[in-house]
Design a protein around this ligand. Sequence first.
Ligand code: XUL
Ligand code: MN
Length: 343
Amino acid sequence: MSRFKYSVGPWNVHEGADAYGPATRETIPFEEKIKSFKQMGFDAIQFHDDDAVPDMNNMTQDEIIGEAKKVKALLDKYDLKAEFVAPRLWMDKHTIDGGFTSNSKEDREFAMWRAFRSIDIANALGCDKIVLWLAREGTICYESKSPVQTTKWLIEAINRMLEYDKKIKIMIETKPNEPVDRSVCPTLGHAMAISSATIDPSRVGGLLESAHAMLAGLDPASEIGFAMAMGKLWGVHLNDQNGMKFDQDKSFGVENLRTAFNQMKVLMENGFGKNGEYIGLDVKVMRTQKQDGSYKHLENSLKIAKMLEEKIMKFDYEFQKKCVEERDYETLEMYVMELLMKG
Ligand code: XUL
Ligand code: MN
């Protein structure tokens, strides 16, 4: 029995298209996906605004809320919760140059409209969290934007969201690059600083994705620990990554098992989940996988996460303490390796 509740997004079951080639699998309808998620043992669903309300740009606020209520009924049918809503500010023609930090005032206002509607959708789905993955908030040509101005615009945008809804919480999902070259808010340290500069820091926290930390050259377990020390880690996207290249969203633990172990360990040791937080798995199946394997990466990631929970339950803290006292870190390291490698 896992001590955690797990969540997943509909985009985690996808058709396999990448920047260099088309889809390799058929689209699976939304309801079928969430039914499978429930069967696999997930507790909550993560949403982009337009995962919940497709074509929202052409709808009024009331119509959007009406559509979101239908999605809530579907979640109830399968006894699933909504974890968060994230405005998808990277696909639209209005956000080519970014959303909140676009050089176009009109586009910045469009981004706010999507953020406010995301809050409306979150309320209709019964959740109190918005995720900001700041995909295009940064530069592809350094001289095109001021790093000071864009940071201020981002703080201003978050302040407007906090004012729009006095209960909503904002989680910044940091990523150093891709699709932009240089992000405005690349690490959780930056997210914590942004939080403290807003009108209500108690409602602005972070979401750590393992792969994103690795792309910044950082250890995801340390990023988790840093944000937890601030009381501001409200979500995670566990996955894996082979080095500093494009964002791979590999199954959790398949490349860096010890790092995966330490991410679970820091979460467990510091009571992650006690305030209702979910462990999100932001993983993608390999492009080569056939249709009937569309969920395999999720099954595998869930299994690996739960196996690591078991390993951590067995972790001998007395032995660890003794090794630390004797400053015998070689023995401690070997103990961890044996714990991971023995059945
Ligand atoms: C992108 C990423 C997204 C966000 C949600 O790298 O991680 O899936 O988590 O938009
Ligand atoms: Mn993510």
